[in-house]
Design a protein around this ligand. Sequence first.
Ligand code: ADP
Ligand code: MG
Length: 310
Amino acid sequence: MDTPRPFAPRPEPLDEDRYGDDHPGDQHPGDEPDAVDDSVGRHRVMVPEPAPLTDHGPARVIAVANQKGGVGKTTSTINLGAALAEYGRRVLLVDFDPQGALSVGLGVQAHELETTIYNLLMERAAEIDEVIRPTTVEGMDLLPSNIDLSAAEVQLVTEVGREQALGRAIKPVLDRYDVILIDCQPSLGLLTINALACADSILIPLACEFFSLRGVALLMDTIDKVTQRLNPDLQILGILATMFDPRTLHTREVRQRVVEAFGDLVFDAVINRTVRFPETTVAGEPITTWAPTSNGAEAYRMLAREVLAR
Ligand code: ADP
Ligand code: MG
């Protein structure tokens, strides 16, 4: 059983949650569904709410990847997943980073787990149903990991079909979910290659900071190699600007450069930098339930609508 989490008081409202300062390109609940120009002068169209589903699956598999750490991969996996679940999608989150931050961020004491994704990768007899756990969000499950996964990276190297281990592991549940999100580790090593090899598409969070574009060429190179050698159908789903600080010119300039470089691949949804996200990690729940009316929760809902529309 999980040990109870330290008491986390409900959040106090922040100014930014009240949508006090208006910045071009911000998303507000109740925005007119008209086309508007965002902060980088792009014509953006509000994406409508997705239609409810009557049956589920097969899942779209989306790898959330960027070899740079601290860009919001784990945060985006949790909160995009929770927003998709709010729209009635069945979601499986795959923690594919031995740090186990995704599991911890959902209130799971990852180091205490006896079976994790490691067992699915390395043991033929392991049953995925014994590893999948529900989360506090209805319709969203978790395939947890912990530090054991770092051993898999080493042990897989000598295996036949080492790049397909994750694909084999999740295959039995593809029909049960609408979306499977894989939270990748911050490297382009074998674990990330496994995620790209079984994914339909990749979502790249990119922090709006100087130098954030530097590693992107290497990531694009890796995506090219995976498409040529392992997974010809892999698409880039989109690039998500994170850690955006609307008060500084510099982050706006960075986002502008990202849009110049990648055009329509860049999602209209922008994730602002806010203390709400570190708070959610302590609380062990997504921002959509922790601070449901916050700007951050709205931004991930908008991302979810865009993802479903792409
Ligand atoms: P990654 O998985 O790419 O390493 P994380 O999602 O773990 O990145 O984020 C790194 C840290 O930044 C975490 O402490 C997280 O709470 C915090 N964080 C993530 N997104 C935001 C944001 N939009 N604003 C402020 N802090 C954030
Ligand atoms: Mg992470």
